[in-house]
Design a protein around this ligand. Structure first.
Ligand code: BGC
Length: 340
């Protein structure tokens, strides 16, 4: 009997330790000054992601021994993201940051990296239940809600709106749409249809044109991704409806800012892509050189459940009226302003 209890205890201990090893992976640490390779995976080739990369490159320059490896697929491509992620693990990079186009699809690869001792975080869009260590980026539900409030105001509480987005799976898109819809509750602003372009520029334009044709009385476009505001603006201009169909969208690339100046985009939710890249690289570098636990403690995130760990990079609601103040604010934050 005693022997049986002993064996059972031994087994329980074994499982306990094994379970612990699974839930709390041992991360390797490097000394400062040693080469630290940080891999970044974006979602599509676009000026928005170029800003994220520039943020990563700025941190790379500042941090001793830091080396950034960067990848973005031409347009939304879940498989390319997953296979690149796997190949970064195989190359033995020290840390990975990814903006997953499909949080469910990346889960296995994230777990694999973590159990190999490679810290993984997300930026721009999250995969909260993948086990990633934290998320750096916009609070997308809140941002979508703000966009909805602006739309209601711009349309005086009434009108038909089409949603144009670049993903139906990425969490940032899903949350921006949910937040937007929540803000329309109790108003007479109505969503007529949701179009997805998979972050394909030509498709984004074709979708906006199709919406204008199908709904001649359309009052507004909600452009969820960086591709969408400018694509809707082009379609509206080509249809001779400038000013008649309002556009509320996301992001502040030079193209967006010029379209705001021209009055084609009414308002846009500015994210901070440069900061997403910069902060993510800095955090991962510190995780590799100082230890994951210490960094989480310093960020005051160690007591939070993993999925709640979010470093909010903030948003700005930008219109023609405040674009110069916005420029000054970016410069004050150390974010380079280019092309407008
Ligand atoms: C989103 C990104 C997206 C980009 C380009 C941004 O608004 O945050 O997830 O990849 O637009 O479409």
């Amino acid at each position: 009997m005693k022997r049986l209890v002993g064996r059972l205890l031994g087994l329980a201990l074994c499982f306990g330790l094994f379970g612990f090893a699974l839930s709390a992976p041992a991360f390797k640490t490097k000394k400062q000054g040693e080469k630290v390779v940080i891999a970044g995976i974006g979602k599509s080739i676009h000026a928005y992601w170029r800003e994220v990369e520039l943020g990563m490159r700025a941190a790379e320059k500042k941090l001793k021994g830091c080396q950034v490896r960067w990848f973005v697929p031409p347009k939304e491509d879940v498989r390319a993201q997953v296979s690149t992620f796997e190949s970064f693990i195989a190359q033995g990079v020290d840390a990975i940051v990814i903006g997953p186009s499909n949080p469910a699809a990346i889960k296995g690869a994230v777990k694999k990296a973590l159990s190999a001792g490679i810290p993984v975080i997300t930026f721009d869009t999250d995969a909260p239940d993948s086990g990633r260590l934290l998320y750096v980026g916009t609070d997308n539900y809140k941002a979508g809600y703000e966009a909805g409030k602006v739309m209601v105001k711009v349309l005086n509480g009434k009108g038909k709106v089409a949603i144009c987005t670049g993903s139906l799976t990425a969490l940032n898109s899903v949350q921006r749409m949910e937040g937007f819809k929540a803000a329309l509750k109790g108003t007479q602003v109505q969503i007529v249809e949701t179009y997805n372009d998979g972050e394909d520029k030509a498709k984004a334009l074709a979708n906006a044109q199709a919406a204008l044709q199908k709904y001649p009385d359309l009052s507004g476009f909600y452009g969820v991704y960086a591709f969408n505001g400018p694509a809707c603006a082009q379609a509206v201009k080509m249809a001779g409806k400038a000013g008649k169909v309002k556009i509320v969208c996301f992001d502040t690339t030079a193209e967006h800012m010029q379209l705001i100046k021209q009055g084609l985009i009414t308002a846009t939710i500015g994210q901070r892509p440069f900061m997403m890249g910069y902060r993510s690289t800095e955090i991962l570098y510190r995780m590799v050189t100082e230890g994951v636990d210490k960094v989480l403690r310093d960020l005051k995130m160690d007591k939070l459940p993993t999925e709640k760990r979010h470093l909010d990079t903030g948003i700005d609601i930008v219109t023609k009226a405040n674009m110069e103040a916005y420029r000054r604010q970016l410069l004050k934050l150390g974010i380079p302003v280019q092309g407008w």
